[in-house]
Design a protein around this ligand. Structure first.
Ligand code: FE2
Length: 304
């Protein structure tokens, strides 16, 4: 059961992802949960965003007044929605979402404090590809960005387009290719690594498409307390391709609480592996070696 701590505004519940699913998130940088919010709550959210439902906040945060509320409500950052009990219980603390977030952010993770409403009138051109402002590239996973779609968002309605695996380094190319279109039915969430390369997709349909974006926060040190996958072996797991496996594995180690121990020796050694080898990769569990160069300061891609 998902529990809310009203004092420090945190959430706790049981984790729902296993080793393989946590590593898949490290590799992809996103996770989609389809159709997990009820139609009634989706409708209520749209009514609220359209100004057809009166606010009824659970409490008034220090330093804010009802006048501030009005300004906030009609802005592109309607964060007072966080204060609506029905929204907190059914959207922010949604069971499927909370279980996935708990697996990646640890116990007692923090509720959002800011909501951005990405509402667009369709048809509309695609946004330029970008990493969100102030992105950090590194093995740490201290927060997660969540998109909530209260209405059907098929390809015609310009869902978010993502470049999977692009959360590990700044994409400097003038990228003009298509990515993965996160087309989802109403009541869906897309959880992103905040640094993933993305854009709002082109829309050809008509009408207004709402999407809400907000971040959840880690409040505990990382450690492996998600579900066990009996088939999972961290030595033989697939960590991805050349020039990326080292980063995905580092992130996975950090989540396991072993980020400081992580060392690699490069070449064909672990975490690199490929289908046609006849035994596990050398170099697993090395305590001397290199770290991947997240800052891109070294021509060989490794630091000390
Ligand atoms: Fe963005």
């Amino acid at each position: 059961m998902t529990q809310y701590n009203s004092i420090d505004k945190t959430i706790d519940c049981a984790p729902t992802l296993n080793d393989t699913q946590v590593l898949e998130f490290c590799k992809n940088g996103y996770l989609i949960l389809e159709n997990v919010v009820s139609e009634e709550i989706n409708r209520k959210t749209i009514d609220y965003l359209n100004g057809d439902l009166q606010p009824d906040p659970e409490y008034i945060p220090n330093g804010l007044s009802e006048k501030d509320f009005e300004g906030m409500r009609h802005s592109h950052e309607p964060s007072i929605l966080i204060l609506e009990k029905w929204f907190r219980e059914n959207v922010l603390m949604n069971n499927a979402l909370s279980g996935a977030l708990r697996s990646l952010l640890g116990p007692n993770f923090g509720l959002p404090v800011l909501i951005s409403a990405h509402s667009v009138e369709c048809p509309s051109a695609a946004q330029p590809w970008h990493h969100d402002a102030d992105s950090v590239f590194g093995p740490e996973l201290n927060y997660l960005e969540t998109f909530y779609y209260p209405q059907d968002s098929p390809i015609e309605m310009g869902p978010t387009e993502i470049l999977p695996g692009s959360h590990i380094s700044k994409t400097t190319l003038d990228y003009d290719e298509s990515g993965l279109l996160a087309a989802v039915p109403a009541g869906s969430f897309v959880i992103h690594h905040q640094s993933i390369f993305h854009r709002r997709g082109k829309s050809t349909g008509s009408g207004k498409r709402h999407m809400l974006k907000y971040n959840y926060w880690r409040t505990s040190e990382p450690k492996k307390d998600w579900l066990d996958d009996p088939e999972f072996d961290s030595q033989t797991a697939n960590y991805g391709g050349h020039n990326e496996a080292r980063y995905f594995a580092h992130m996975f180690y950090w989540l396991n609480g072993k980020g400081d121990e992580y060392r690699i020796i490069g070449g064909q050694a672990w975490p690199w592996s490929i289908k046609h080898q006849i035994g596990p990769s050398y170099g697993f569990g090395k305590t001397k070696g290199y770290l991947p160069d997240w800052r891109k300061n070294n021509s060989d891609g490794y630091t000390y």
